[in-house]
Design a protein around this ligand. Structure first.
Ligand code: DC
Length: 228
């Protein structure tokens, strides 16, 4: 069983469910690699924007996904991983709502998902991988030993995002964020290719009202049990 040699923990869920933070903390605790698959989709959305492509032009955006060079650079000083897109540090741009919306749009293109398939699988390295995304347990690593589907109410996710943006000095209203999150949920869950849904063998954790430490502890417990 490949999983015995190279264990994978998949953490899927909608935006704002806390899976980015939880995945990072779990990967740090276990000393495993981390795949932030959303950053790959954001990077393609960003590159397509830089090229001035029409995001509904599937062929052009697929070509862009096939040719865009995406690299993750860990500064090694505890500060956040930088994402380099075609040689340019795009870390800050990738986090914007504009890039998130572009990522969500291009993620619906089958050719884009196919172009990113091998790139994502290549993250599976010793001693193990925490894979954060939407289809990690269903499509990319269906043989993962432990699968988590992390969710939270749309209101809670909008509140979390609002707090983050306020801390960064960005003014967006809570109502606008809630509308955007609900629209993205519908788009991500309703698309024909790799829709957002829990894998049949995933453990669903609803983090509404749960401190992040408790979610991390629950995930680590699942990994521990999976090893028994
Ligand atoms: O997790 P995130 O918000 O950074 O992801 C940005 C978009 O990319 C999200 O709207 C859906 C898409 N995505 C995807 O379709 N599949 C993944 N594995 C990760 C992200």
């Amino acid at each position: 069983m490949p999983d015995k040699i190279l264990p994978v923990l998949t953490i899927d869920g909608p935006s704002g469910s806390g899976k980015g933070t939880v995945s990072r903390m779990v990967a740090e605790t276990l000393g495993w690699h981390l795949l932030d698959s959303g950053a790959l989709y954001r990077a393609v959305g960003f590159a397509a924007g830089m090229e001035g492509l029409d995001l509904s032009d599937s062929e052009a955006v697929t070509r862009c996904a096939q040719t865009t060079k995406i690299a993750f650079h860990d500064p090694g000083d505890g500060s956040e991983t930088r994402v380099i897109v075609n040689g340019m540090d795009a870390t800050d741009e990738l986090r914007t709502e504009t890039c998130g919306a572009a990522a969500s749009a291009i993620a619906a293109i089958a050719g884009v998902r196919a172009a990113l398939f091998d790139k994502q699988r290549a993250f599976r390295k010793a001693p193990g991988l925490v894979a954060d995304g939407r289809d990690m347990g269903t499509v990319i690593f269906p043989d993962a030993g432990v699968k988590v589907f992390l969710t939270a109410s749309a209101e809670e996710r909008a509140k979390r995002r609002h707090k983050q943006l306020k801390e960064k000095g960005l003014g967006v209203t809570l109502a606008a964020l809630l509308r955007e999150i609900q629209a993205r949920d519908v788009r991500d869950a309703g698309r024909a290719v790799a829709p957002l849904k829990p894998a049949a063998d995933a453990t669903v954790i609803d983090s509404t009202g749960m401190p992040v430490e408790r979610v991390v502890a629950a995930v680590l417990e699942l990994v521990r049990k999976g090893r028994d």
